[in-house]
Design a protein around this ligand. Structure first.
Ligand code: ATP
Ligand code: MG
Length: 564
């Protein structure tokens, strides 16, 4: 999509309006603020593309900020993987890698300021009482008995909380707002709690840690964020975001703007749920190619370009919506179609012996690497007496419109000759077809043959000469329900038992011997595949099917719609 074709979604409109009005001196500064407590998923890609994308488009800057306020749940491993996923998607934070923890000192000073202004107090209610005092959606809350502690007492207690003099849960620091507010987020929310857990970056310096709502707006303000773009669940938190900034003398007051989360049919996009799949061994790991994580998608062969295109196409709105898997796959297909070299692979090989082909002859046939891109050059395919075709390209008793191989029928072998099937050899015991005896017509050689013979079917094949054996993994949707997490039962009960099919011994054309991890190909008639970067070893390649050639979702989705 070129820039002029990009839809002017509401956030673009707000930003352009702000630039016109010279708000923030016309600057656009955004941030992507993940918590390093898991790996990124396709939903995060939407947020990354939006935050980095808006900065890029409007000559601004985007911060890569870790929201690291939950020591114990966070790790370096997650941080590294998050950074590598953002980089892989094609974005660059330059020197703007920050952490909420970079501001811990400043946040502490701000808390003291709030206490001094009588806008925060130390509350000593136990957790269950505090919950009780909070009220409900229908009933207002009640003031904590500690709400009117003096500034001096609050300062002293808060300092002792940090000095480690209390146990976890004994006291918290709360903002003093309004226990009767219809917005529960404003009912004196906790802004600091005692947590005696060392922090990845600040070590054991802190015995108290700030909560998300307090931390986030102040971190935004420290960085001069102009547009703080977040998902819709934070809409009700916006009054708190604004309240904190209004009480304090911060460098600026960023504008929080919410948009709807990305949800994809037939999968789940929640770190917590994805974590369960990994923990329970229901997938091979966070980078299992069936996972909607960026690591999984990368391993499967989804390209950064296709994910960015997808993020643009799903658009930015305030409406909750589920996106069809076919939209994502179409983006992948479109991108790979233009760049993936072509190759032939036979997943379920059936041996074909060409009786009239000379025993020792091996011809080198030429085929384009990409039929629409002559600049990508040609590849060589050996042709010989024994070749393999796909088992399901042959039927003993074919229906009328079956244009592939059948007894006494002819078919063209892609980039080679027309062959005719004369005899079917079956296993004496099982009756399984184990070999076909065919003859070829030497005048029908692709490109140079003189015969005018025409056949309807063209099938792919691989010669036994230098064929490469490989494992190939085919994937289907991870869940059998469009919205596994919207059902009454546990989402895991809807895992698709057939989401992976492993083919142990596929045969590939010889050129693929040199394929490297992550290399991508279109296997003619079968789809787009890549070399698995984890399980491939020197000499034994493993391929993933990234996506089929045609939209196999359309049928499933149509059936679902009809059921409703
Ligand atoms: P999860 O629910 O999967 O744990 P999260 O929102 O807790 O996700 P964060 O690490 O806090 O994960 O997310 C970082 C940023 O990514 C946030 O600004 C969040 O709004 C955004 N984000 C997370 N999930 C989605 C999604 N499905 N669609 C769009 N943006 C998302
Ligand atoms: Mg979160």
């Amino acid at each position: 999509m070129t820039n002029t074709e990009k839809p002017k979604h509401f956030i673009r409109q707000i930003i352009e309006e702000d630039i016109r009005n010279n708000k923030n001196e016309g600057k656009v500064i955004t941030r992507f603020p993940p918590e390093p407590n898991g790996y990124l998923h396709i939903g995060h890609a939407k947020s990354i593309c939006l935050n980095f994308g808006m900065a890029e488009e409007y000559n601004g800057k985007c911060y890569m900020r870790f929201d690291d306020t939950n020591p114990g749940k966070e790790s370096e491993e997650y941080m590294d993987s998050i950074l590598s996923s953002v980089r892989w998607l094609g974005f660059d934070w330059e020197d703007r890698l920050t952490h909420a923890s970079d501001y811990f000192d400043r946040l502490y000073e701000y808390a003291i300021e709030l206490i001094k202004k009588g806008k925060a107090y130390v509350c000593s209610l136990p957790a269950d009482k505090m919950r009780e005092y909070r009220g409900t959606l229908k009933e207002p809350g009640k003031n904590s008995p500690y709400r009117d502690r003096s500034v001096e007492e609050n300062l002293e207690l808060f300092e002792k909380m940090q000095a480690g003099e209390f146990k976890e849960g004994e006291h918290v620091l709360r903002a003093k707002i309004d226990m009767a507010s219809p917005n529960i987020n404003l009912r004196d929310p906790v802004i600091y709690r005692i947590l005696k857990v060392p922090h990845l970056r600040s070590g054991d310096k802190w015995n108290i840690y700030p909560l998300y709502d307090y931390t986030h707006c102040l971190s935004d303000a420290q960085e001069g964020i102009t547009h703080s773009l977040c998902t819709l669940e934070f809409e009700d938190h916006r009054p708190l975001y604004d309240w904190v900034l209004d009480q304090l003398d911060t460098p600026c007051h960023p504008q929080q703007i919410e948009f709807s989360r990305l949800s994809l049919n037939y999968t789940v996009t929640s770190k917590r749920k994805l974590n369960q799949l990994v923990d329970k061994g229901l997938v091979s790991g966070w980078d299992d190619p069936r996972m909607p994580t960026l690591m999984g998608m990368r391993r499967r062969g989804y390209t950064p370009e296709s994910l960015r295109d997808f993020a643009e196409r799903v658009g930015i709105t305030k409406k909750e919506n589920y996106i069809e898997m076919s939209l994502l796959e179409n983006c992948v297909r479109e991108d790979l179609d233009s760049k993936a070299p072509r190759a032939m692979a036979v997943l379920n090989p059936l041996k074909v012996v060409i009786d009239n082909y000379p025993e020792d002859l091996v011809e080198e046939l030429e085929a384009p690497v990409h039929p629409q891109k002559p600049e990508m050059g040609n590849r060589k395919l050996p042709f010989s007496k024994v070749i393999y075709i796909e088992k399901d390209d042959f039927l003993v008793d074919p229906p009328k419109k079956f244009f592939r191989l059948a007894p006494d029928k002819e078919v063209r072998l892609r980039y080679a000759y027309i062959i005719k099937c004369n005899e079917v050899i079956k296993d004496g015991k099982s009756g399984e077809i184990v070999e076909l005896r065919c003859t070829y017509d030497p005048d029908t050689k692709s490109g140079t043959g003189t015969s005018t013979k025409k056949v309807k079917g063209v099938i792919h094949w691989v010669s036994e000469v230098n064929a490469v054996e490989a494992e190939v993994r085919l994937y289907d949707r991870l869940f059998t329900k469009a919205r596994p997490d919207a059902e009454e039962e546990d989402f895991k009960t809807f895992l698709n038992p057939d989401s992976i099919e492993t083919i142990k011994k596929a045969l590939l054309e010889p050129g693929l011997k040199a394929a490297k991890p992550e290399d991508q190909f279109q296997f003619e008639r079968l789809g787009y595949f890549n070399v698995d970067s984890v399980d491939s070893k020197e000499g034994t390649l493993v391929f993933n099917r990234t996506v089929t050639l045609r939209d196999s979702w359309a049928k499933i989705e149509k059936a679902e719609v009809e059921k409703k």
